[in-house]
Design a protein around this ligand. Structure first.
Ligand code: UD1
Ligand code: CA
Length: 497
């Protein structure tokens, strides 16, 4: 049987430097909240139990934690009396506090933390047979961190917090990242013995190190190789920095998996996006949420896709899309706006300046130019003329339009829903379709064109338009008389010309 592993995530603190109505740990990078990243890393260890300590703005934090990880136990820390107090609250929240195995402590605001790092640390802790292990780091500027104090032999003796440290101790650059691993039995005993007689008047979890040493138990320190993984974001500038770094890591990861990224600096990929081999991403592209892109698709430049599914070999250019499904070999854009419920079939086309919503466009069907397609179904192989509006809204309700297979509709049409255009039907240019068009029929609604000869000459005389019309007519008359001369005097011929 594998050893028991309990993970406690501390997230009760305030985060005032964010200056936000949103709790610090709910601020997002790479499409997930900071605590979402931590809980994902924690989850990869398949722990026996996870406890999250909430306090500040817990009415917002608690539901989010439950949404991300439904089996997490929530412990409420009413007052934030220190990390030692927070862990005590966490242990008390469990029906049966862990008495064996390992208890791992993490913070809710370290979004770059990777599951492998936590796993390696837990393995190190077990191998060391330690009562407590510290995930430590060597940093250039240790200000604000708890310093790791060692004796002459190099054995860890204590962690001293910034405010309680002597001048000499403040010079120590080996720090506590905050991530600690405890032998469960030792923690259960030590947690009640931690006091708050210190500069901050807080219960410091880090005092457990000195308690272990007093009992002659082993304390081990494991240096984290990648210090950014334990870095927290306290303000929005740090959040952006960590966001950029996380993105750099995600983009590099996909390049290692065979994705071509022309400009990593302007490419943003959320943590949950999935890309196939030989996908190409052009500059200025954001792939967000649960977007999935299949093999050989080319996305961008300047494209944002959120929760979209892009088929193999599809081409999506300068497009903004949300909750859309694009079939294999289909083309989209430039300048398309795909709204939720858009489904484009294989080899279909949504072209330039086209907006779609709740629109199922069949295999090989095309909406090439300047159109709005809302609440519609377009059958396979059909072609929608340029400038067509699917008028789905009567001012009160939305209605659907259905276009059959292999229909060809004219330019500048309006389809007044609810309406059906049959298989293989056609419509003339400028048609306003208000009645169903049977299969194979041609629908025309425009009245025959009338030309009022000379209208401009009489109504716009003296304007540039009038002058142009007059000049053209004069030239025509001149041509006519020249022709007439060449043809001789036959009055019948003159009349026909
Ligand atoms: C803590 C450590 C310090 C370490 C540093 C790393 C202690 C006493 N100090 O200091 O050694 O170098 O982290 O960043 O442990 N929290 C609660 N409830 C509380 C207090 C804190 O949930 O009552 C949570 C906070 O939300 C945060 C984490 O615990 O996620 C750390 O708290 P913070 O106040 O930032 O600790 P530091 O003083 O930075
Ligand atoms: Ca801190």
């Amino acid at each position: 049987m594998t050893e028991q592993l309990t993970v406690i995530v501390l997230a009760a603190g305030g985060g005032t430097r964010m200056k936000s109505k949103t709790p610090k740990v709910l601020h997002r990078i790479a499409g997930r909240s900071m605590i979402g990243h931590v809980l994902t890393a924690v989850g990869s260890l398949e722990p026996t139990r996870v406890v999250t300590v909430v306090g500040h703005q817990r009415e917002l934090v608690a539901p989010h934690v439950t949404e991300v990880r439904s089996d997490t136990v929530l412990a409420v820390q009413e007052e934030q009396l220190g990390t030692g107090h927070a862990v005590r609250v966490a242990l008390e929240a469990l029906d049966a506090p862990p008495s064996e195995g390992t208890v791992l402590i993490a913070y809710g605001d370290t979004p770059l933390l990777a599951g492998e790092t936590l796993q390696a640390f837990a393995d190190f802790h077990r191998a060391a047979g330690a009562a407590v292990s510290i995930l430590s780091g060597i940093v250039a500027n240790p200000h604000g961190y708890g310093r790791i104090v060692r004796d002459e032999a190099g054995t860890v003796q204590a962690i001293v917090e910034e405010k309680d440290a002597t001048e000499e101790q403040r010079a120590i650059t080996e720090i506590n990242s905050g991530i600690l691993a405890f032998d469960a039995a030792f923690l259960a005993d030590a947690i009640g013995r931690i006091g708050n007689d210190n500069a901050k008047g807080e219960y410091y979890l880090t005092d457990a190190i000195a308690l272990a040493r007093e009992a002659d138990l082993t304390v081990a320190a494991h240096a984290v190789e990648d210090a950014l993984q334990t870095e927290g974001a306290n303000d929005r500038a740090q959040l952006a920095e960590l966001g950029r770094e996380l993105n750099r890591r995600i983009v590099t990861g996909w390049m290692c998996e065979g994705v071509t990224v022309m400009d990593p600096a302007t490419t943003w990929i959320d943590a949950d996006v999935v890309l196939a081999q030989d996908v190409t991403i052009l500059p200025g592209t954001q792939l967000l949420g649960a977007t999935v892109v299949a093999e050989d698709a080319v996305i961008g430049p300047d494209t944002t896709l959120e929760d979209c599914e892009i088929g193999a070999g599809a081409r999506v250019v300068r497009t903004h899309g949300q909750l859309a499904v694009i079939g294999a070999g289909a083309t989209v854009g430039p300048f398309a706006y795909l709204r939720p419920g858009t489904e484009l079939g294989a080899k279909g086309k949504i072209g330039t300046f086209v907006e779609t919503k709740n629109a199922k466009i069949g295999e090989g069907a095309k909406v090439p130019h300047l159109s709005y397609v809302g609440d519609a179904e377009i059958g396979e192989g059909s072609n929608i003329g340029a400038g067509t509006i699917f008028a789905n809204y009567d001012g009160v309700n939305k209605h659907r339009t259905k276009v059959g297979r292999h229909a060809k509709t004219g330019s500048n049409n309006t389809f007044v829903a609810p309406i059906e255009i049959g298989d293989g039907a056609s419509t003339g240019g400028g048609t306003v379709v208000r009645r169903n068009v049977p299969a194979g029929a041609l629908a025309v609604s425009t009245s025959p064109q009338r030309n009022l000869e000379g209208w401009v000459l009489s109504r716009r005389a003296g304007t540039a338009q009038g002058d142009a019309a007059a000049a053209a007519l004069a030239a025509q008359t001149g041509e006519q008389s020249e022709n007439t001369q060449g043809l001789g005097d036959d009055p019948a011929e003159q009349a026909e010309s």
